[in-house]
Design a protein around this ligand. Sequence first.
Ligand SMILES: [Fe+2]
Ligand SMILES: [Fe+2]
Length: 188
Amino acid sequence: MPQKKTQLQKTKPKKKNTDRSILEEILRVDHAGEYGATRIYDGQIAVFGKNSKIGITIQHMADQEQEHIKKFNDLILKHRVRPTALLPLWNITGFTLGAATALMGERAAMACTVAVEKVIGEHYRKQQSLLEDDHKELKRTISKFEKDELEHHDIGIAHEAEQTPGYKVLSKFIEIGCKTAIAVSKKI
Ligand SMILES: [Fe+2]
Ligand SMILES: [Fe+2]
């Protein structure tokens, strides 16, 4: 009898799979977010030019965003996830936000980066806990992107983002905008 019990205890717990609806939300919102990020940096580069000192720094981040959006483009196709219907909105909103902050100056442009990347970094960190072992590779991808976003955040801080006049109001405004965009892009 006791032997039987030991055998039962040895049976491995069944692997949990990620809910399909959670996977869909993750891929939809990350695809939307990365698309928005590319548009923000496009807007900033349109103002600063890509050969200016600040333009070169922004281009480095923009190149990483291209890598991120490319990966999510592949993933939504692979997993047959519908992209958000709001891409045309994020196209315009992202570009406008980037260009508007760039027009306010280099520090304001970097304040925009700090606010956006802070929200995205946190968002990526939370997402990793929603994925089960059936999506280990996606987890690794998100973890890598989280590190990139936090690097962008730190670049912004290093470029005196916090010295932007009205920094607190501007960053709160952008953070709330990003969180709203995340909430709607999961579903719509
Ligand atoms: Fe990104
Ligand atoms: Fe980023």
